[in-house]
Design a protein around this ligand. Structure first.
Ligand code: ADP
Length: 165
């Protein structure tokens, strides 16, 4: 049984994240999507950790081998606890690479079993990020191509409200 981990902030989940999760679910027996706190972004989250978990659960409902959890500690420790064979990360561009490569090496140092697998972002998702979604929705723009359809109303409502306050 090969378990992998798809970690991230998912503030909020985008079509780019979902693509990485779906492709991982096709390749491995079990995918643990884990909502974590990125040290550099911790003061900028719009959605609470519980909300981010809930949004992810809704849009992965059709994927039987995907589970969503929240974890506040080190990713390497989580990988050890779950006996995961790898962490799967999406790479959008060269700009993602330096940070992701650093994290991959640090995780491996902290736990020898923590391998990292990079999946190239889908061409149609290369430009997509949670920050972009927040920015566009905040100005009243159309985010229907950026987030899963079943979450559109909820994400829009929250981001417009936050932008107004
Ligand atoms: P973090 O805040 O930890 O960087 P994110 O939620 O921004 O987490 O991203 C989580 C993971 O999803 C990262 O590996 C990131 O590279 C990947 N990712 C984000 N957006 C996309 C996208 N549009 N296409 C493919 N992978 C993506």
């Amino acid at each position: 049984m090969k378990t992998v981990i798809c970690p991230g902030s998912f503030d909020p989940v985008t079509m780019g994240h979902l693509d990485i999760i779906r492709r991982s679910a096709k390749m491995f027996d079990k995918v643990l999507v884990v909502v974590m706190t990125n040290y550099h972004k911790r003061n900028t989250y719009v959605f609470s950790a519980d909300e981010r978990v809930d949004l992810l659960k809704r849009c992965t409902r059709d994927m039987e081998n995907v589970e969503v959890e929240q974890y506040d500690g080190l990713l390497a420790e989580y990988a050890r606890q779950k006996n995961a064979v790898a962490v799967v990360k999406g790479l959008r561009a060269v700009s993602d690479f330096e940070y992701e490569f650093q994290m991959a090496l640090a995780n491996k140092k902290l736990y020898e079993g923590a391998e990292t697998i990079f999946l190239a972002a889908g061409a149609e998702h290369m430009y997509l990020s949670s920050s972009l979604v927040k920015q566009v929705a905040g100005f009243g723009g159309d985010i229907s191509h950026f987030v899963p359809e079943c979450l559109l109303e909820r994400i829009n409502e929250r981001l417009c409200r936050t932008a107004r306050s």
